[in-house]
Design a protein around this ligand. Structure first.
Ligand code: TYC
Length: 132
């Protein structure tokens, strides 16, 4: 038979309630009179992933035709819809080109910036969370 010494620390670990533990998502109520244990599921507080809108900004230099082509190419709009969005941006200073998951919106921003940079235009767009 193996023998070992029970230290104070081991004794404490075996008998005391652990400190600084994260809250257990499953609450275990006291034993009921029949001696069985009922586990009660506590709903997790998880939020669905948010949506992000890609907002294009006006500037004085990027040609209107270029903006229309970019909106058609990267946001799947037809000529009429792309022209309407471009004119809204031109008149209001900014406009929403599409709404996506966070990652897809970030990719759209990169694609637009890349295309504008390669063509030598200062066109800017940003991604921002949609507020409900
Ligand atoms: N304001 C630009 C012009 O007059 C056109 C333009 C529209 C530029 C939309 C950027 O996001 C933009 N040439």
């Amino acid at each position: 038979m193996q023998c070992f010494e029970v230290t104070d620390r081991m004794e404490a670990m075996a008998t005391k309630k652990p400190e600084n533990q994260p809250p257990n998502p499953v609450r275990v109520p006291d034993r009921d009179e029949g001696g069985s244990v009922v586990l009660e599921r506590v709903p997790l507080k998880v939020k669905p992933p948010g949506l992000y809108q890609v907002v294009m900004l006006n500037d004085d230099y990027t040609p209107m035709e270029f903006v229309v082509v970019v909106i058609q190419e990267f946001f799947g709009k037809d000529l009429e819809a792309a022209t309407a969005i471009m004119l809204k941006i031109h008149l209001d200073g900014k406009g929403v080109c599409g709404v996506y998951s966070k990652d897809v919106a970030a990719t759209k921003v990169d694609q637009v910036q890349d295309a504008a940079h390669k063509a030598g235009h200062p066109l800017q767009c940003v991604s921002e969370p949609v507020e409900f």
